[in-house]
Ligand binder design. Structure first.
Ligand SMILES: Cc1ncc(COP(=O)(O)O)c(C=O)c1O
Length: 381
């Protein structure tokens, strides 16, 4: 089996599972309890927070645990919108955000907020100038993802952050779910106020995530309850999940020191090989793309058919993104990039991890070539 669907989710590292089991069985106390069982769990949670903060180069007090990327994005966006709505009700986002951002913005729109969705160019990038131009007196928040989950385009978040130094009252949220460990991130030196991460994208566990909230920023909590996570995220903390996420992040970042080059080489190999196939369009840009995603469209071929044919050969890939792959419509990201509708309906995403090898990439390439040939023969009138 070759698993090339790592942007949907990754296989948890064995060490991560071991950490989870140890923390869950030996430190099962509730961190809010007053006795030592609770105290030990609380200590473990603090250590996980410190480790994650250190790896991201921020303060421990700026890390808040959540149930994943979706919750972090909702908390950041709605939390900021509700807190700062007295200043204004205008929000800016790119038109290629993940549904956990775009659907959240739609909800806010129905509550009277005004959203400006910025177009992207053929590479899937928003321009810093367009962001700058869209800012109004009543703009309170800008949300731009770091790496696009469908095509892998890296957005100019550093440059947007720099430009935003001229707008101190506008908050900047970055969905970094696909970026952590894959592209350089300088949170300390950048003007990012809120940043979402998700554990299962770097070999941690599903249902674990965190939101970086820059010191001094107030968010309205989404949940009412026991006031955990310094009153920002009520609910008994997933201590073992947080420990597992800290472990996964440390391992992933260590491995990515060499793994990024391996992924880049695999991506290049796949791009070159796919380029020789007739009627294929590579949608991932050559420049400004993360090393782990390669998206392409096969003219006249249904992506579901293609994916299941590859599955028969033991290879697992995606249509566009995991959450939209069951909805059979054209990829919103590809359409926004100007890809024609028929090609936007036949997008295939290969997504790599530092755990994949060049031998696997070669095998996938061979399998794609033969699958295209086989399917084209069947499709011929
Ligand atoms: C860019 C991006 N943001 C947010 C999410 C949601 O993360 P989670 O699955 O942890 O809720 C995903 C998941 O695919 C994603 O790719």
């Amino acid at each position: 089996m070759i698993y090339f669907d790592n942007s949907a989710t990754t296989k948890p590292y064995k060490e991560v599972l071991d950490s989870y089991v140890k923390a869950a069985s030996d430190y099962y106390g509730n961190p809010s309890s007053l006795h030592s069982c609770g105290g030990q769990a609380e200590k473990l949670l603090s250590q996980a927070r410190e480790q994650i903060a250190k790896l991201l180069g921020v303060k421990a007090a700026e890390i808040y645990f959540t149930s994943g990327g979706t919750e972090s994005n909702n908390l950041a966006i709605k939390g900021a919108a509700f807190t700062y709505q007295n200043r204004g009700r205008h929000i800016i986002a790119s038109s290629v955000e993940h549904p956990s951002v775009s659907d959240c913005l739609e909800q806010l729109e129905s509550e009277g907020f005004e959203i400006t969705y910025l177009p992207v160019n053929g590479d899937g990038q928003v321009s810093v100038e367009a962001v700058d131009k869209a800012i109004r007196k009543d703009t309170i928040l800008i949300s731009v993802m770091h790496v696009n989950n469908e095509v892998g385009t890296i957005q100019p978040v550093k440059e947007i952050g720099k430009m935003l130094k001229n707008y101190p009252s506008v908050l900047f949220h970055v969905d970094a779910v696909q970026a952590v460990g894959k592209v350089p991130m300088d949170l300390a030196g950048n003007r990012i106020d809120l940043l979402s991460i998700s554990g299962h994208k770097f070999h941690g566990l599903k249902g674990t995530g965190a939101l970086f909230i820059r010191e001094g920023i107030r968010l309205t909590p989404l949940f009412a309850g026991g006031k955990q996570e310094r009153n920002i995220r009520s609910g008994t903390e997933n201590v073992a999940g947080a420990v597992a996420m800290a472990k996964a992040l440390r391992l992933y970042m260590q491995k990515s020191e060499t793994g990024l080059t391996v992924m880049k080489n695999m991506q290049k190999l796949l791009r070159t090989g796919l380029g020789h196939i007739e009627d294929i369009q590579i949608n991932t840009p050559l420049e400004n793309a993360a090393p782990h995603i390669l998206n392409f469209s096969l003219k006249g071929m249904k992506s579901e058919v293609f994916i299941h044919a590859l599955e028969q050969k033991g290879i697992f890939v995606s249509t566009t993104s995991a959450c939209s792959s069951k909805r059979k419509s054209a990829s919103k990201t590809l359409l926004a990039m100007g890809v024609p509708e028929d090609l936007a309906e036949s997008g295939i995403r290969l997504s790599l991890s530092v755990e994949n090898t060049e031998a696997e990439a070669k095998a996938v390439l061979d399998a794609i070539e033969t699958t295209v040939e086989q399917l084209r023969k069947v499709m011929k009138p």
